[in-house]
Design a protein around this ligand. Structure first.
Ligand SMILES: NC(=O)c1ccc[n+]([C@@H]2O[C@H](COP(=O)([O-])OP(=O)(O)OC[C@H]3O[C@@H](n4cnc5c(N)ncnc54)[C@H](OP(=O)(O)O)[C@@H]3O)[C@@H](O)[C@H]2O)c1
Length: 318
């Protein structure tokens, strides 16, 4: 049966609606005229709690679910708290998927991450690289949880014939990002460090690693648009990559961020700290063939993210 676009009056539950991805999804769908959006904070509904999650689905009966609730962090956070990245994420996604099937949810989009792919996967990484090699050890627990989610989606499709899909975004950034000193991702971490260095007039900033690792960054508003596109147009077992398809070195990124922030001091590299996977760029041909392409240039996206960060600083000075 051909896929129909999701109707504007669908009851759409965005799990994790206050997070980086969830808030972008909320902005996007509200902006498109969806008027039956449902969200719960983790205090209102702890998705690790099966009883509470079952009660929520029984009561709310969503038509469509996007799973953007997860325990997410950078290299340091994953390395220091590996148990939570594995067990919390497994609990959250198993509860969401089991409850969605039981409640008759028609469409479900599970968000994984590019870290599901092997550390030394051929680049750009195609979807069929999944499970062909060892994972990057610093985020193994998180990746294994996400791989289990993809497997559960495929199993549900086989057993129940439901239109549940999974998408693997590249590293994301944008308004709503986490700028925490110890558990943020590289791009917001660089924005914060250069912003503070510029404000304090520091003569140098030391960044983790060699700066040579290559990464891809997708603006979260582009991801939100892609999620909508996929729910309307994609219906296959295999996860689908969502990215820009182009990458740059962390050193290039650092210079871009320094330029946006107005930091003019020296950038040093602490080569005792890990680089993580040497290169990570997604092959986005399947998505392009379906007709979707990211539209936010990195420099513009970083500029807008920095403006958002500064506005937050103004609202809540540190
Ligand atoms: N950030 C990236 O670069 C990136 C890249 C690829 C894929 N992804 C995927 O995108 C999804 C969302 O990531 P994000 O960056 O938006 O993360 P985020 O900003 O940390 O937001 C995560 C959200 O999950 C919710 N959450 C966490 N634990 C929960 C629990 N036990 N019960 C209920 N809700 C819970 C939080 O709710 P509260 O705010 O209410 O506490 C929060 O809103 C994840 O699946 C992640 O793997 C992210």
């Amino acid at each position: 049966m051909a896929l129909q676009p999701i109707p504007r009056d669908a009851r759409l539950y965005i799990a994790g609606h206050r997070g980086l991805v969830g808030s972008a999804l909320w902005r996007h769908f509200a902006g498109c005229g969806f008027h039956n959006l449902v969200g719960r904070t983790s205090t209102e509904l702890d998705l690790r709690d099966q009883v509470a999650t079952t009660a929520f689905f029984t009561e709310t009966r969503p038509d469509v679910v996007i799973a953007a609730a997860a325990k997410v962090g950078g290299i340091a956070a994953n390395a220091n708290r590996p148990t939570e990245y594995l067990s919390d994420n497994l609990r959250i996604q198993v509860n969401l998927l089991d409850c969605a099937v039981a409640a008759g949810v028609e469409r479900f989009l599970f968000l994984g991450s590019s870290c599901i792919y092997p550390k030394y996967a051929d680049q750009p990484i195609r979807e069929d690289a999944l499970l062909t090699g060892a994972l990057e050890e610093t985020n193994e627990g998180y990746a294994i949880a996400k791989i289990a989610g993809i497997a559960q989606i495929a199993a549900i499709r086989r057993q129940h014939g439901l239109r549940y899909i999974s998408a693997m975004p590249a590293s994301l950034y944008g308004p709503g990002d986490n700028f925490h000193l110890h558990n943020s991702h590289v791009l917001p971490a660089l924005i914060r460090r250069f912003h503070e260095a510029a404000r304090e007039d520091s003569d140098h900033v030391t960044c983790w690693g060699t700066g040579k690792a290559r990464r891809e960054f997708l603006h979260v508003d582009d991801l939100a648009q892609a999620c909508h596109f996929l729910l309307d147009n994609y219906d296959e077992d295999q996860p689908i990559n969502v990215g820009t398809g182009s990458d740059l070195t962390i050193a290039e990124l650092a210079h871009l961020v320094a330029g946006v922030v107005g930091y003019r001091g020296e950038i040093r590299w602490d080569t005792d700290k890990p680089d993580g996977t040497p290169r990570k760029v997604l092959d986005v041909q399947r998505l392009s063939r379906l007709g979707w392409k990211a539209s936010t240039p990195l420099d513009q996206g970083v500029q807008a993210t920095y403006e958002w960060y500064r506005a937050q600083q103004g609202a809540h000075p540190t």
